[in-house]
Design a protein around this ligand. Structure first.
Ligand SMILES: Cc1cc2nc3c(=O)[nH]c(=O)nc-3n(C[C@H](O)[C@H](O)[C@H](O)COP(=O)(O)O)c2cc1C
Length: 436
């Protein structure tokens, strides 16, 4: 509880004391770790994906690589880690321990089998040893064997079959974790629903290459001279995660509770996932960067926000942004705007002038004597590039123009070439709208 605000939320009929969970990964690898996370304030865990001990699990070394972007460390993390390399028995003992010592916290066991009997076996032992819920890992991005990991997430009938098999054999809720390495996630999510899934979680990591060695030519991480396309996580993937959660939340036919994952580091990231439809959120890379303590800021930030907004339950916030999310052809194109400058606060860096000149409408001339931008509103594209690069917060803002206002068209370079141009206007009939 922050500021006496109750952050608890119902997810698949189970009460979580707040929406903040560890996602399945190194941050949820053992009871010792998870216990410390619970003490820090996390309400639940999706335990690192259990394996059945049928195959030996050996992680490549090194198993991760990072993209730092400017001053931002761990903008993206790429990993080639496998599912849990711990013996199943040890993981089950840890789940039992957590269940026993943290009765108010929720334990979700992530499982991944390679065939039906293995899925069912893992589901049953996880339930028998205290898991409150299951997460089916249909999304590990570096599985090479057909019918496993993200390859199941891309083979919808298999996903449905494995979900159904698990559901038939357990009584706890089952959540299907989706791969983002796909175009439309609502499709596999609907197959998971057909198989009986009670909830959907997304996203797992996005397949990518984070860096290539310029001297040794090996994509990173360099595993003794070899690289591989593998899973990317962290702040860089947040827009992708929000897209998939929002798309599924808007799909009325789906109508399942969602657990949002991908690039969450702050209470604001978490809230954004909630606003597009997540009831719970899960975190890995944020913890790999800052540690379990980030949950304190999440609890306090969300609590303060709710107090400010007069909201009494997190569930009131779930999906709040969705009525404002439209297809682009719903935009009112009769409404246009321009930028406006509070030049008294300008420090004269000229960055706005450069980007407007080289990437936008050439709407700014540069007053070299005073080192100030001078805007011609009639040329402004309202692309907002100048605002994005301006180092002074809120110096450049958006101004809505009256309905029907239009900027001037960009003039051609040499109107005399009109006599030479080879061109017939396009006259065929087609769709009536163009929004791209
Ligand atoms: C090193 C590493 C190992 C992971 N292992 C698993 C795993 O065993 N099972 C799973 O479902 N997801 C696994 N994930 C994916 C995360 O649970 C999460 O879906 C993804 O990293 C996106 O969230 P983030 O941006 O907060 O990291 C792993 C991620 C990382 C970085």
């Amino acid at each position: 509880m922050a500021n006496n605000i109750d952050l608890s939320i119902d997810f698949c009929g189970i009460t979580f004391i707040n929406p903040f969970l560890l996602s399945s990964s190194p941050v949820s690898n053992s009871a010792e770790m998870v216990a410390r996370a619970f003490e820090a304030g996390w309400s639940g865990v999706v335990f690192k994906t259990l394996n059945s001990d049928r195959l030996p699990i050996i992680h490549p070394s090194p198993r991760m690589h990072c993209v730092h972007y400017g001053s931002k460390k761990e903008m993206a993390v790429q990993n080639v880690e496998q599912i849990s390399d711990r013996p199943l028995k040890d993981n089950l003992i840890d789940i039992l321990y957590l269940k026993k010592h943290y009765p108010d916290h929720r334990i979700i066991a992530s499982i991944m089998g390679f065939f039906e009997d293995e899925w069912v076996y893992l589901a049953k032992v996880a339930e028998d040893n205290g898991a409150d819920m299951l997460e089916l890992n249909f999304s590990c991005p570096h599985m090479c064997i057909e019918g496993s990991g993200h390859k199941v997430g891309q083979a919808f009938h298999l996903l449905e079959r494995f979900t159904e098999a698990v559901k038939k054999n357990v009584s706890i809720p089952v959540m299907a974790k989706m791969t983002p390495n796909i175009t439309d996630m609502t499709e596999p999510a609907l197959y998971a629903k057909k198989g009986g899934a009670d909830a959907i979680s997304a996203i797992n990591t996005v397949r990518g290459i984070s860096e290539i060695g310029l001297d040794d030519f090996v994509p990173r991480p360099n595993v003794f001279g070899k690289g591989a396309i593998s899973g990317t996580s962290g702040p860089a993937v947040k827009p992708i995660g929000l897209n998939f959660i929002a798309s599924m939340a808007k799909c009325l036919e789906l109508g399942l509770p969602l657990s949002g994952i991908g690039g969450i580091e702050t209470w604001i990231d978490a809230l954004e996932y909630i606003l597009v439809g997540s009831s719970t959120i899960q975190v890995t890379t944020g913890i790999m960067h800052y540690g379990y303590g980030i949950v304190e800021d999440m609890i306090e930030g969300l609590g303060d926000y709710m107090a400010r907004k007069g909201v009494t339950s997190v569930s009131q916030l779930v999906g709040k942004a969705l009525p404002h999310l439209h297809e682009t052809d719903h935009f009112d194109l009769e409404r246009q705007g321009v930028t406006q400058y509070d030049v008294d606060r300008c420090i004269g860096c000229g960055q706005c002038y450069i980007v407007c000149r080289d990437a936008a409408g050439q709407a700014i001339t540069w007053d070299g004597e005073n080192r100030r931008p001078v805007l011609d509103e009639n040329k402004c594209l309202s692309c907002m590039l100048c605002q994005f690069v301006c180092p002074v917060t809120d110096l450049i803002t958006y101004k809505a123009m009256p309905r029907g206002w239009r900027r001037n068209e960009t003039p051609v370079m040499d109107p005399s070439l009109e006599k030479e141009i080879q061109y017939e206007p396009f006259t065929k009939e087609g769709p009536n709208e163009c929004t791209v």
